[in-house]
Design a protein around this ligand. Structure first.
Ligand SMILES: O=C1O[C@H](COP(=O)(O)O)[C@@H](O)[C@H](O)[C@H]1O
Length: 795
């Protein structure tokens, strides 16, 4: 687990300032603190949950509180049965939850939600309304056997989904799998591996989302009450009256006087100047908005880490900030979501503005169609004429509307206040009485009727009297009733909720919808083949960040390295009976000395290859094989045939030599002709002072090799010049790559490799595709200049 996520080592700016608060008067520990961070000293604050420094503290506190309540609710039933030793689990669970939240944060910040909000969600709602109305029209017909088939069943026939039954019951297994997949995508392998903690975290998420939240939010009364909340406090006719309710003029006729004329004149002046000022302000605001909206966007997803939600959220809490710094995002991972649920045939490529500046999303189209469907506008001539005119205007202004809506989304809808509102609403709904208060009680049927009536009244108030006949037709009340009826059945709503949840998950984790959807076909990810010859589905997951372990001494480093290798070996052997490993030369072989005489090492299961080899005889001092033989093979019982040196009979022809080594790998790894790249269980690498690794040197043409497994080089800047090496595609398909570096001499280059990956040094380019992972086993002398976050050691 990354050390910076663990409570005891959290050291961000938040926590630094927090530690100075130890003298403040002690308050009773919050539930979050007692449950999630039992080891934190009294008086200290909770570590920041989100990595982004601009994430406001109130969100941190709210989310922690929510997690604590959810965790408590989950463990409630078996809390009394567990021993105090078992309670040690909870900080582990916290650590995993924290990692998941941080991954979510990163993902959310790099996701463009515009397609979800403006295309997918409105399209889903429109379809829900259409199907509900269609199903209702069939209820009492012969199609439904004269009413024998209930409405939810008819609806289910129109909107089947594997995760929800006709009665509106959710298939927990579907979401269990989905959440497990999310955990796999969010956690580094060593945190995903422990079954128990992962099980607990998955079940907590499942309980909150599937057992508590969805069944509740799909209740008609809940939807109606939420809309009421969003509409704000009821319109009070009394308060609308002028404060000084002057008696009607016919009872007290006004007397003309110079004084009253002056008062009238001055008030008129004041009103006129007030209107003028308001108009000027409106004009200025419009200009600013248009300017902001028309600003060029930044298409690179990662560049948005400081903009997007946190940034706009921060602006919402600090009005003084320059609004011009907002940059609405433009990536569109979510396009995968929309296409994978087959809603839009015209799903644009992943980054439309990058690939084609003239490709527009027509973000205004689906919301307008939704409004038209909701309020049955097509049935009324005047209303549909207004709607068509509006559609035409929006279509004519498509580029501007697309930008405007994205701008509004990121400055108004996904603002800090709305995120906090949703969080507090969820908390209030699920745990209205906090802990240990009783759980929420649903309103009685009578109360539900009242909520419905209140909503109808409030909706009616929203529409100006003069516009009501045009927008809502001759019977506004009926139109409004028809607009809320399709949300009156919890089982049907459940379908909508499941579709929306699917779309949301696909927006944030687009790789979950890859198979068969074609949604991400524009992403080029190499096909992966595992070493049993099985084809992998193209993997969309970005490589996990490297895990850096730094140890006090070289001795501790080699001990921990041996433990890690043994663990990797045990996992591989238990899975497939053998362990495939590639070794480097240089300083590495000596650092494997703790494997010698280690009873846990199953040497007969090892298949050893060389990450690179100098093209010299095997007994030559420069030979990596020879070095490994001296330092390791000669001291352990490894069968000779399990070691795969180069074929020295081909030393005169490097191309042949590299081909022969590639064939040796093919023999070991590929059992099918379609083999693409081998997947080593472990590749152990060193780093040279210039940042080279294997025999991949800076700025060399070999860095761009894409096809070969093994390549040769005859102009190595480091002697000897003739070598062969594994290529990047092989390194980047490995299950684990471990870099080992010790001593002061590595300090400078290690810092460049880790802190400045943009420099593109060969070692920085080793990034195995998911679920592969890079680890750095270094000593403190080597990592002295590294700023990259080191992780607390954990096997
Ligand atoms: O030439 C080579 O150098 C690298 C780095 O060696 P080190 O002595 O600095 O650790 C090594 O990993 C590679 O196998 C070797 O051929």
């Amino acid at each position: 687990m990354a050390g910076h996520l663990r409570p005891q080592v959290a050291r961000s700016s938040h926590s630094t300032s927090n530690t100075s608060n130890v003298t403040k008067p002690q308050q009773p520990a919050t539930l979050a603190k007692r449950l999630l961070f039992p080891h934190l000293p009294p008086g200290s604050d909770l570590p920041p949950l989100f990595a982004s420094p601009s994430c406001p503290p109130e969100l941190n506190a709210e989310v922690y509180d929510f997690i604590a309540l959810a965790l408590r609710a989950f463990v409630n039933s078996w809390w009394t049965k567990i021993t105090r030793y078992d309670k040690e689990f909870l900080p582990e669970v916290t650590t995993i939850l924290t990692t998941v939240f941080r991954t979510l944060e990163t993902r959310v910040l790099s996701t463009d939600f515009s397609p979800l909000i403006f295309s997918v969600a409105p399209a889903l709602l429109t379809q829900h309304y259409r199907d509900y109305r269609l199903a209702t029209s069939k209820v009492s017909t012969s199609y439904a056997m004269g009413g024998a088939v209930p409405l939810p069943h008819l609806f289910h026939q129109l909107q089947p989904h594997v995760a929800v039954s006709a009665e509106g019951r959710i298939d927990e297994e579907y979401f269990r799998q989905a959440f497990d997949h999310i955990l796999k995508l969010s956690l580094p392998p060593q945190d995903y591996a422990p079954e128990v903690e992962r099980y607990i975290v998955r079940e907590i998420i499942l309980k909150v989302v599937v057992k508590d939240v969805i069944p509740r939010v799909t209740q008609p009364w809940f939807i109606q009450r939420t809309i009421l909340d969003l509409l704000g406090p009821p319109f009070d006719a009394e308060s609308d009256k002028p404060a000084d309710a002057s008696p009607p003029s016919h009872t007290h006729p006004a007397h003309f006087s110079f004084h009253s004329l002056l008062v009238f004149f001055l008030s008129a002046m004041q009103s006129v100047s007030g209107i003028g000022l308001a108009l000027i302000r409106m004009y200025k605001q419009t200009l600013i908005t248009i300017k902001l909206v028309n600003q060029p966007t930044h298409p690179t997803v990662n560049h948005r880490s400081t903009s997007g939600i946190w940034r706009t959220a921060h602006q919402a809490t600090s009005p003084a900030r320059d609004a011009r710094s907002v940059s609405p995002p433009s990536s569109s991972y979510a396009s995968a979501a929309s296409s994978s649920i087959s809603l839009r045939a015209d799903t644009p490529p992943r980054n439309p503005r990058e690939s084609s500046p003239n490709l527009f999303r027509h973000y205004s189209r689906e919301p307008l169609m939704m409004i038209s469907e909701l309020f049955t506008m097509r049935e009324r001539f005047a209303t549909s004429a207004v709607m068509h005119t509006l559609c035409m205007i929006c279509a004519a202004m498509t580029p501007f509307m697309d930008r405007l809506l994205t701008h509004v989304l990121y400055t108004r809808i996904l603002s800090m206040s709305s995120i906090l509102f949703i969080l507090r609403l969820s908390k209030h709904t699920l745990f209205p009485n906090g802990y240990p208060g009783p759980s929420a009680i649903d309103p009685t049927p009578e109360e539900q009727t009242i909520i419905r009536q209140q909503l109808l009244r409030r909706l009616r108030e929203q529409v100006p009297t003069l516009a009501a006949p045009v927008l809502l037709g001759p019977s506004p009340e009926r139109t409004l009733e028809e607009a809320i009826n399709p949300l009156d059945d919890a089982a049907c709503n459940m379908h909508l909720a499941v579709f929306i949840l699917d779309a949301l998950l696909l927006s944030i984790f687009p790789e979950m919808g890859v198979e068969g959807s074609g949604g991400n076909a524009d992403l080029e990810v190499p096909e992966r083949l595992d070493d049993d010859g099985e084809d992998w589905a193209p993997d969309m997951v970005p490589p996990s960040p490297s895990v850096v372990y730094s140890f006090d001494s070289p001795n501790e480093l080699t001990e921990k390295l041996a433990d890690f290798i043994v663990k990797a070996q045990t996992e591989a052997v238990s899975k497939k009976g053998r362990f495939t490993v590639a070794l480097s030369g240089g300083s590495l072989p000596k650092q494997l000395n703790k494997l010698i005489d280690n009873p846990a090492v199953k040497w007969d299961r090892w298949q050893v290859f060389f990450a690179d080899e100098r093209c010299v005889p095997l007994d030559h001092d420069d030979s990596n094989y020879n070095l490994c033989r001296k330092e390791l093979f000669s001291k352990v019982p490894i069968p000779e045939q399990n070691i795969h040196p180069i074929d020295v009979s081909l030393l005169d022809d490097l191309e042949e030599l590299a081909d022969a080594y590639e064939k040796a790998l093919i023999n070991e790894f590929a059992q099918k002709d379609s083999a693409r790249f081998p997947v080593f269980d472990l590749i152990l690498l060193g780093i040279g002072p210039d940042g080279h690794t294997c025999s991949l040197f800076p700025d060399h043409a070999l860095l761009t090799e894409e096809d070969r497994w093994v390549a040769y080089i005859d102009d190595s800047p480091k002697p000897p010049p003739r070598r062969i090496t594994l290529t990047f595609p092989v390194l980047n398909h490995s299950s684990r790559v471990v870099f080992v570096a010790a001593g002061e001499s590595k300090a400078e280059i290690l810092s460049t490799i880790l802190d400045n990956p943009e420099a593109g040094l060969p070692a920085s380019r080793v990034k195995p595709s998911h679920p592969g992972q890079v680890y750095w086993y270094v000593d403190n002398a080597a990592s002295a200049k590294v700023k990259y976050q080191k992780s607390e050691y954990r096997l």
